[in-house]
Design a protein around this ligand. Sequence first.
Ligand code: ADP
Ligand code: MG
Length: 569
Amino acid sequence: MDSITDNHNAGLTDGMHLMVDALKANGVKTIYGVVGIPVTDLARHAQASGIRYIGFRHEQSAGHAAAITGFLTKKPGVCLTVSAPGFLNGLVALAEATVNGFPMIQISGSSNRNIIDLQQGDYEGLDQMNIAKPFCKAAYRINRPEDIAIGLARAIRASLSGRPGGVYLDITTEMLSMTMDMAEAQASIFTPIDPSPVLSPSSTSVNRALKLLSNARKPLIILGKGAAYAQADEAIKEFIEKSGIPYLPMSMAKGLLPDDHPQCAASARSLVLSQADVVMLIGARLNWLLNHGKGKKWNPDAKFIQLDICAEEMDSNRPIDAPVVGDIASSIDKMICKMEPFEISCSQEWRRMIDEVKKVNADKMRIKLNKPTSPMNYFNALKVISDVMSSHKDVYIVNEGANTLDNTRNIINMYHPRLRLDTGTWGVMGIGMGYSIGAAVTSGKQVLAIEGDSAFGFSGMDIETICRYKLPVTVIVFNNDGIYRGDGVNQGGGADPSPTTLTPGARYDRMIEAFGGVAFNATKTVELEEALCAALASKRPTLINCVIDPSVGLESGHIGNLNPHSSIK
Ligand code: ADP
Ligand code: MG
C-alpha cells in the first residue's frame, strides 16, 4: 500500500492500476475470476474502482460466465486467472468460447519472462501465451504498461470482429508493478472505434440467394446461434413471416421466434431435413450437429444458401450454392429490401405436410409426458417443469447433460431470444454454473439450470458462488444415479461401481444447504412442482434434487451413434 501511495505522490501509476483504468474506460462492467498471485490486487482495485468482481471456485466456470456474457451482450466478457494452473483451468472455457463464436477475453497473470524463457523453473512458470494460441482467435502479451491500452484494444477487436471468439491476454508480474508517468498513462487510454464493423453482403450474392429461394418447392430456414447472437430479431422474424417459409431453430436459437410459432418445424426435424429442396442457413454451421449437410438424413438434391459473417465457412462441409457473406443484420435487411420481385413464398402443401408430422409427433410426446411413473422419469418430470415455466417465459434456461439435455431441448418451449443457454457446438458438460452465474449477473433476471447429475458435477462447487452473491438461480439436478443412467454393472464382477455409476441416492440438495441456499428433494411430480414454484417465487439460490429412475436414460443420449463401441444400447 505504501509504495502505491508513494507512486501516486510522485505522479506515477503502475501497470495494475492502468490495466483497471483501461478496462473501465472500455466499458467492462464485470470481471469473473479466481484470484491469487499475481492478480489479487488487480481484482481488489477493480472492485474499488466500481467494476463488479465475481469470484468463482474454479476458473473454468469463471471463463464460461465471461463467454456467456459475451454471447448475451455482444461485448467481450472478461475472465481473470492466475498463472499456470489457473490459466490452464480457464483455457477450456476460452477454447469453447472460440468454437461457439462467443466474444471473451481471458486475462491471466503470468510469471517472470526471463526465468520462463530460460526454463529455469519459476513459481508457476509456464509459457502461457504460446500455449493459449491454438485455443483462441488471438493471443497477446503485454510486457510494458505503455502497451496496455493498445493490448486491450487488440484483444477487444479480435474478440468481436468477424466471427467472434475468445482472446488470451497475458499480463506479466513485472508489468503489473512497473511504473509510468500518471499523465502519460492516462493519455494512453482509448476505446477502439467500431470494433465489430458492419459487413454488408454484395447485392449479387443476395440476388443469387433470393432467386434460388424463389424456385424452391420445399424451402427451409435453419436458425443458428449466430442468428441469436446477431440480435437482428425483428428482421429475422419479418423475413420468415413474409416468406412463409418453415424454420428449424438450432438449440441456442430456440426462442428467436417463439417455439409455438406456426412456422416452427422443430418437431418435424427429420421430415424437413430429408425433404427440403432449398435450405437457407442463418448463422448456423453445417457441422456434426447438422450431419455436415449430407448423408441419409438430408435430401441429396438439396441446394444451400448460407448467411454467415465468416467467408471461409462457405463450402466447409459441402458445396454452398448461394453464399451470402455479411453480418446477419445487414444480410437479412438486404434480403427483405430485395425480396418483393422474387415473389418468395411457401406452398400450402409443404406447410400441410409439416403440420401433419408435427401433430403426430406432438400426440406421441403428449402420451409420454402424461404417463405417471414411480420413480419419475425424464418425461413426466419435464412435463411439470414445462407447465410451471409456461408462466415464467422470461426466465433463462441453462441446460446440460446427455438425456437431460436432449429431452429438455425437445420438451421445454422457448418464447424469447437468447434465453436458452446450453452445451453449444461441442455438446460438452461443465457450462452449468458458469453460464447460470454469467446470465444472472449480466441480466439481473432469474435463471433455471436443468442439469444431469453427472453434468452438475463439473461445476457444482460454484453453487457456493451463487449463494455468496445471492443470485436468483435455481438448479434442478436430474438425479438418476449415474452418467447416462445409474444401473451400470461392473463387468469384472468386482466391488467397485461401474464406470457410469455415481453414488446411488445422492442428495445433491444438501450441498446447497452448506452455503445457506434453499434445498428441496423431489421424489414425486407434486413435490417437484411445489419446489420449483417456491424457488421461482423466492428468487433465492435453490437446488432441487429431482429423483429419476436409475434405469432410464440412453447411453450417450441422442448421439449414441458416436459411441460405436458401447456395449449397452
Ligand atoms: P449452431 O450451433 O446454433 O448451428 P453455429 O455456432 O454452428 O450455430 O454457427 C454460428 C455461425 O454464425 C458461425 O458460422 C458464425 O460465423 C456466424 N455468426 C456469428 N455472428 C454472426 C453475425 N453477427 N453475422 C453473421 N454471422 C454470424
Ligand atoms: Mg445421470
